[in-house]
Design a protein around this ligand. Structure first.
Ligand SMILES: Cc1cc2nc3c(=O)[nH]c(=O)nc-3n(C[C@H](O)[C@H](O)[C@H](O)COP(=O)(O)OP(=O)(O)OC[C@H]3O[C@@H](n4cnc5c(N)ncnc54)[C@H](O)[C@@H]3O)c2cc1C
Length: 395
């Protein structure tokens, strides 16, 4: 495996880092405190071509490889989880899924404006009674002439008030269990659609998360993604892309924890020396560094498989599980290193700790990934190539 980044990728990392340092870092404390999702920043990300970084140029994207998307996610989450989450749902869960599953006319209508960042995409799978257990979802879609009628509700949907387009999962035939789930491209403007942000979140307060409601919402027949009954497969393949971005973002969270902790280690003295000279503090720093380097290897290995157009469900799940756990631990240690100051918003590490929890829950909880990994090792789970694979990177 080649571990070198191309000149283009080095420049990309520099550009995103500079953007984060100038456009996110100075304001994020205030946005987080106010629960404000800054849409102007999202627009600026789009202007830089960062909302479609790995989407081919023929579909309006920047045409870079999948590991370039990882670089974007790493650097964004170094600033805050909210903007990385936005890229995760827009590019990872929605646009990459369209690239994989949509017809040519669906791509022209929805993927192209999304890749250019002119329209924002999101992903509606979770429901009040269906999170890890996707087959428990209750939203229904009934064919009526030239359209489907959707009734139901989604919850915990990132960009619920912001996105223009959603991938929405609903039962077209409940008797077939998960083989009866279908996926629809839904526009915010459809009659019967509404959304409502969730207040009182532990973290990602500078992000937008909430509920979607479908009240007899009519969706044109041509907005069915794939075939009726493909919804479960589509959702799982979307998660292969989304989880990859979450894992990459977790590396950025660890970087942020390290940066803040190293600064504080040099700044704070106890017992006549910098706290960085105490071995137990060094242990926490060393664990963060090990977590960062191990997570990066897992993430970029999953990206290399994506670049080759190979199935990577197992590798992506492992990267997501480990990177998010390492980031959560790094954030906890970063607060510990800051002592009582880490417990206040005078320093960013309390935000890192709050933000690091959701990625351990969304896109497959820690427990779901643990089970998946055990099942692969025990031979209970085996992946075959999908009928519609994410296209290999053509370079
Ligand atoms: C900030 C945020 C943003 C989100 N954004 C989106 C989004 O954009 N789109 C979307 O569709 N969803 C989104 N989600 C929802 C997220 O994907 C779900 O919360 C997640 O899938 C877990 O589902 P749940 O919360 O219903 O937990 P549950 O599935 O009810 O799980 C509860 C607990 O039981 C454990 N558990 C469940 N089943 C098993 C099992 N078989 N064995 C062992 N343990 C088990 C879980 O690990 C967990 O600890 C978001 C969530 C958050 C917090």
């Amino acid at each position: 495996m080649n571990f070198d980044f191309s000149d283009e990728q080095v420049m990309l990392r520099k550009a995103v880092r500079s953007f984060v340092d100038h456009e996110i870092m100075p304001y994020i404390g205030e946005w987080d405190a106010k629960g404000h999702f800054d849409q102007q920043t999202l627009k600026k990300l789009a202007e830089l071509g960062l909302m479609g970084v790995c989407i081919p140029e023929t579909y309006g994207g920047s045409g870079m490889d999948y590991n370039s998307l990882a670089i974007v996610c790493e650097e964004l989450e170094r600033g805050d989880t909210a903007f990385r989450t936005a890229v995760s749902v827009h590019t990872g869960l929605n646009s990459m899924t369209l690239l994989q599953w949509a017809t040519e006319s669906q791509k022209q209508k929805y993927l192209v404006p999304q890749a250019k960042g002119e329209k924002i995409g999101a992903f509606g799978l979770t429901e009040p009674a269906a999170g890890s257990d996707v087959a428990a979802l209750q939203t229904t879609a009934t064919l009526d002439g030239d359209h489907y009628v959707l009734n139901g509700q989604k919850t915990w949907i990132s960009l619920c008030d912001v996105a223009d387009h959603f991938l929405v999962f609903a039962y077209t035939d409940k008797s077939k269990k998960h083989h009866g789930i279908s996926c629809f491209i839904v526009e915010r403007t459809y009659e019967g659609f509404s959304s409502k942000a969730t207040k009182g979140k532990l973290g990602i307060r500078a992000g937008n998360t909430g509920e979607l409601f479908f009240d007899g919402m009519k969706v044109p027949k041509e907005n069915l993604l794939g075939n009726e009954g493909d919804g479960f497969k589509i959702a799982m393949s979307a998660l292969d892309s989304g989880r990859f971005t979450v894992a990459a973002g977790a590396c950025g969270q660890i970087m942020a924890c390290l940066e803040a902790s190293v600064d504080y280690c040099h700044e704070r003295e106890t017992f006549g020396k910098e706290i960085g000279k105490h071995q137990l503090v060094q242990q926490m720093i060393a664990k963060m560094e090990a977590g960062l380097q191990m997570s990066r290897l897992l993430v970029y290995r999953a990206g290399a498989l994506k670049n080759k157009g190979m199935r990577n469900t197992r590798e992506t799940s492992l990267a997501k599980w480990q990177a998010c756990d390492f980031a959560n631990q790094a954030a906890d240690d970063a607060v510990q290193i800051h002592g009582a100051y880490g417990y206040s918003n005078e320093y960013p590490v309390e935000r890192y700790l709050r933000n690091s929890k959701a990625p351990v829950i969304y896109e497959g909880t820690r427990e779901i990934h643990t089970i998946m990994q055990a099942e692969y090792v025990l031979g209970y789970r085996k992946d075959k190539p999908l009928s519609q694979m994410l296209p290999a990177w053509e370079g």
